[in-house]
Design a protein around this ligand. Structure first.
Ligand code: SF4
Ligand code: SF4
Length: 239
């Protein structure tokens, strides 16, 4: 049985996938967007580590980190950014990854597809991206994805948040993953720990009134999803 937080995360992924109505250009084998600029929380990282352990992929996983580019510590998490905006500050969204290809990309397909994090699940475009032509997506879709990202951060509050590769490295310190330590280049797990910050609780959503008609059903669907005998809303509220 998977831990409660991971089950809640899977419930959110599922609700988001059912909500998406856009006619997207994203297809298997299209992967210009698969870079090392992906942000995750510890819960998302734990799901990936579980996949690595269950598929006996420890050596494979360690080898992936030979391709890790330089990353940095986030200055603001999504909820930190939202809190600052709600206080009326003029802030820019943060980026702490690299445009280098994601090491989990193999033959233009994601090798951890079933456990890929939310940043990868929501990144989409209505026209095929090409070098110099970035993803094209509506504002409401972006607001909805940001809202879901905020709920995911809330779920993992107090735990690691950062670049995907840094969070995965930092989680190598957890007892189930300790076997990876000796497979990784010395000091790499420490590098991960130095580059992660703590996830924050939800300060409120950054949703415009005009987005609500489309985004509210998604939020309702997430909050009313049952995990065991409780809804995600009750779990998030510790009821
Ligand atoms: S976001 Fe762009 S590069 Fe990524 S799958 Fe969609 S169309 Fe392809
Ligand atoms: S984890 Fe998978 S979907 Fe996400 S960037 Fe890497 S290869 Fe792409």
């Amino acid at each position: 049985m998977i831990p409660l937080k991971e089950a809640v995360l899977l419930g959110m992924y599922d609700a988001f996938e059912k909500w998406v109505e856009e006619d997207l250009a994203c297809k298997k084998g299209c992967a210009t967007c698969c870079t090392q600029n992906v942000v995750i929380t510890a819960v998302e990282g734990e799901l990936i580590h579980r996949f690595i352990r269950e598929h006996e992929k420890r050596e494979w996983f360690a080898a992936k980190f030979q391709k890790k580019a330089k990353t940095r510590r986030p200055e603001l998490t999504t909820n930190g950014f939202a809190a600052s905006c709600l206080e009326g500050n003029d802030v820019e969204p943060d980026s702490y990854g690299s445009g280098e290809p994601c090491p989990f990309l193999e033959k233009d397909c994601c090798s951890i597809y079933e456990v890929r994090p939310f940043s990868c699940r929501c990144f989409a475009s209505t026209a095929v991206c090409r070098p110099g032509v970035p993803a094209l997506i509506g504002e409401t879709y972006l607001s909805a994805s940001t809202a879901v990202m905020q709920i995911i951060e809330h779920l993992g509050q107090g735990e690691f948040l950062g670049n995907m590769l840094d969070v995965l490295l930092a989680l190598c310190g957890v007892s189930e993953n300790r076997k990876y330590y000796k497979l990784l280049p010395a000091s790499m797990a420490d590098q991960g720990l130095a580059n992660v910050v703590k996830a924050l609780p939800l300060p409120g959503f950054l949703l415009l009134e005009e987005d609500m008609e489309i985004v509210a059903p998604l939020l309702e669907s997430i909050f009313s999803t049952k995990v065991g005998d409780r809804t995600i809303e009750d779990i998030l509220n510790n009821k």
